[in-house]
Design a protein around this ligand. Structure first.
Ligand SMILES: Cc1cc2nc3c(=O)[nH]c(=O)nc-3n(C[C@H](O)[C@H](O)[C@H](O)COP(=O)(O)OP(=O)(O)OC[C@H]3O[C@@H](n4cnc5c(N)ncnc54)[C@H](O)[C@@H]3O)c2cc1C
Length: 408
């Protein structure tokens, strides 16, 4: 693998994480929307249901197409770092809230923006950025998770349309989405995967909500069933046979969004812990004065800083890579940087949530406080969009070389 300098980026010291005036204004709006959302999210969380206020509030703040070009509806054309900073703020409100945006924007809209024809972008992006339609990304299947090359969903080319058969499982926004980016192999083949845009209204398309999840009760997760689903010819997404590339590019955006959201989780855990440690008295003093409690806070804060550096660096590399799509070395550097950011930030957020629960003691065992929500919600960040194991193997192979790939 080439070094960062060899890929056309002069030096890491050139990376500037300063927030510009334009970014500051966007982030102020994100903060305002998050404050408005919180009481509704609290209510929805305890009632274990999707927060119906999320889309209207985020629509008002123009967050539903933040990194999408201004050419499409309410797209705001924000750069990748600004989008990551917004997701960081949104992550404080909970992984369920952030997961909605990961599915709708990072995996759904950004994939259509990158691979779609002009006609597809004009058809799908404006209603999505305006919050009139919800998007999702259907790669995982009951028997294909870490290994997307083992998908069973198939398509047949029927001239005017494609006929898809199969099912998708564990899809964020899966049962509420109006359209889905779907991946399938030609019938009877194990190569030549294609990507399609399917709509809820298409014949043979049904969906169902996944119940009894460990966490994220306000995030919709669903299955999608394709039973002789007729997809119009013009809904093929990207070149024929390049579906795996479409999927991996979507996953790069998705992983970065997970990592960004995890920063917010750690921040909320720290804020809650510091506040509680300054109120709760045991053994005649505030628990914040007990050194073992201080240790938890010190570790959370250190991990937050480390995670921020990884996430912001990955965001800037992704931005550069998006600007130079022909530079495959740069793409690989960005891919590995994103893997590091996701792996570290998701583990650090789970660790922070666990420490926050510990500081709250028995109060931290009630979902009426925020720490245990983060604990169960952020756990999925170590699983979806590439598990911990897949991330560290990707990182290791970038050093060892492709001869050492753990899987093909
Ligand atoms: C709440 C939620 C939301 C999700 N949202 C989406 C979505 O929007 N779209 C979508 O397409 N998918 C989504 N997923 C699916 C998610 O991306 C997959 O669950 C994930 O990729 C892991 O796949 P799997 O669950 O099949 O686990 P498996 O791939 O079966 O893995 C099981 C275990 O084996 C390990 N393992 C597998 N292969 C290897 C290997 N080669 N080397 C070492 N260890 C290995 C894994 O790391 C893991 O620990 C979501 C999942 C959840 C839980």
């Amino acid at each position: 693998m080439k070094t960062i300098a060899e890929t056309g980026i002069d030096d890491l010291s050139q990376m500037n994480f300063d927030v510009s005036e334009e970014q500051r204004l966007i982030l102020e709006e994100v903060d305002r929307a998050c404050r408005e959302l919180r009481p509704f999210e609290d209510e929805a969380y305890l009632a274990s249901r999707f927060n119906q206020h999320l889309v209207p509030i985020f629509k008002k703040a123009k967050l539903l197409g933040l990194p999408i070009s201004r050419l499409y509806g309410e797209g705001q054309g924000a750069d990748i770092l600004t989008y990551a900073l917004a997701l960081e703020r949104i992550g404080r409100e909970g992984t369920g809230v952030r997961t909605f945006l990961s599915g709708h924007v990072s995996l759904g809209q950004l994939t259509v923006q990158k691979w779609g024809s002009e006609e597809q972008k004009e058809r799908y992006l404006p209603p999505a950025t305006r919050g009139e339609k919800v998007m999702c990304f259907g790669l995982t299947e009951p028997t294909a998770g870490s290994d997307p090359s083992s998908l069973r969903t198939s398509f047949e080319d029927r001239g005017t349309h494609y006929l898809l058969n199969g099912s998708k499982a564990w899809i964020s926004n899966g049962s509420i989405a109006d359209s889905a980016v779907i991946f399938a192999y030609p019938k009877g083949k194990r190569e030549g995967m294609c990507a399609f845009i399917a709509e809820k209204g298409f014949e043979g398309y049904t969906s169902q909500q996944q119940k009894h999840k460990l966490g994220m009760p306000t995030s919709d997760t669903g299955s999608i069933f394709l039973d002789n689903c007729k997809i119009p010819r013009e809904n093929l997404l990207g070149p024929v046979g390049k579906g795996l590339g479409v999927a991996y590019s979507g996953l790069m955006s998705g992983r970065l969004s997970v990592a960004g959201g995890c920063l917010g989780v750690i921040e909320d855990c720290i804020e809650e812990s510091v506040s509680y440690a300054k109120q709760r008295v045991q053994h005649g003093k505030l628990i914040g004065k007990h050194q073992l409690v201080q240790r938890h806070i010190g570790i959370m804060s250190t991990n937050l800083d480390a995670a921020k550096n990884l996430v912001y660096k990955a965001a800037l590399l992704k931005q550069k890579s998006d600007e130079q799509p022909a530079n495959l070395d740069l793409r690989e550097v960005a891919d590995v940087a994103i893997a590091k950011a996701k792996y570290f930030a998701s583990n650090a957020s789970f660790d922070a949530a666990d420490r926050a629960v510990q500081i709250f003691g028995s109060s931290g065992y009630s979902f009426e406080t925020r720490a245990p929500r983060h604990l169960v919600d952020t756990r999925v960040c170590r699983i979806y969009e590439g598990t911990d194991e897949i991330m560290v193997q990707k990182i290791a192979v970038s050093l060892l070389g492709t001869d050492f790939e753990a899987y093909k």
